[in-house]
Design a binder for this molecule. Sequence first.
Ligand code: PAF
Length: 283
Amino acid sequence: MILFKRASELHRYIEEQHKNELQAGFVPTMGALHAGHLSLIERSISENDITICSIFVNPAQFNDPDDFKKYPVTTEKDIDALERSGCGILFLPPAEEIYPDETYKTETYNIGHLETILEGKFRPGHFQGVCMVVSRLLKIVSPDNLYLGQKDYQQCMVLQKLIELMGAEKRIKLKICPTLREPGGLAMSSRNMRLDQKERENAIAIYDSLMYIKNHISQKTIRDLKAETSEILTNKKFHIDYVEIADAISLEPVDTWDEKRKIVALIAAFMGKVRLIDNMMIQ
Ligand code: PAF
């Protein structure tokens, strides 16, 4: 695996690969890699000539400074895992390579209603920070394919919108990959490392709630489903940000379901100080 720390060097290297008509797959991460990340790398390797993974804990996307401070950093382990996965290139930039001056702070991204609903509502500024870093990364890496996990469902929609805002939708294809789960159903996440044993057991309630919605959608009203799952979560000591059932394409919340529409259930909740999110396609 080749390790790049300088944006210009990586960019030049990838330009060379493009000249040789090699196709590049890109997996952006914030490190603390788990099997979910590695499944994205694996998919990219199988679909591209070269695979680039980036590790950069992006301060601009943390609305809570404490969450940023406590974000797990396991760089040595990550490098080992990437080597073993067969990933060709790791981009591990220092902050000044991503944000060389203050101009990034003046850029805003018009992502429409995605900015203010669900994650946008509870984490103000989060998606602007995600767009900032990903637009910079996409310019440096210029990939043909971008791999993201479905666990961050709204982020996938935001980044599809970003690709369009950059006028790159013909050049960069977004590939959304399935969420990987622990044996009990807990969605894999770097934040799971911060849960103790008891919290980890309780955290399965998010998956149980999503399954409950999926299994009862044709028998119960959406209002009842949201109330019942909120109770399941509260009983397991979760502090809920939202339990929502939304149109899978627009992400607008739905009150009733006509059986034709594709819908998705989404949950964000705190277990202690750790904020977890998950989602499931319902129909
Ligand atoms: O999903 C993540 O880990 C981050 O939001 C991303 C896409 C790497 C941008 O920092």
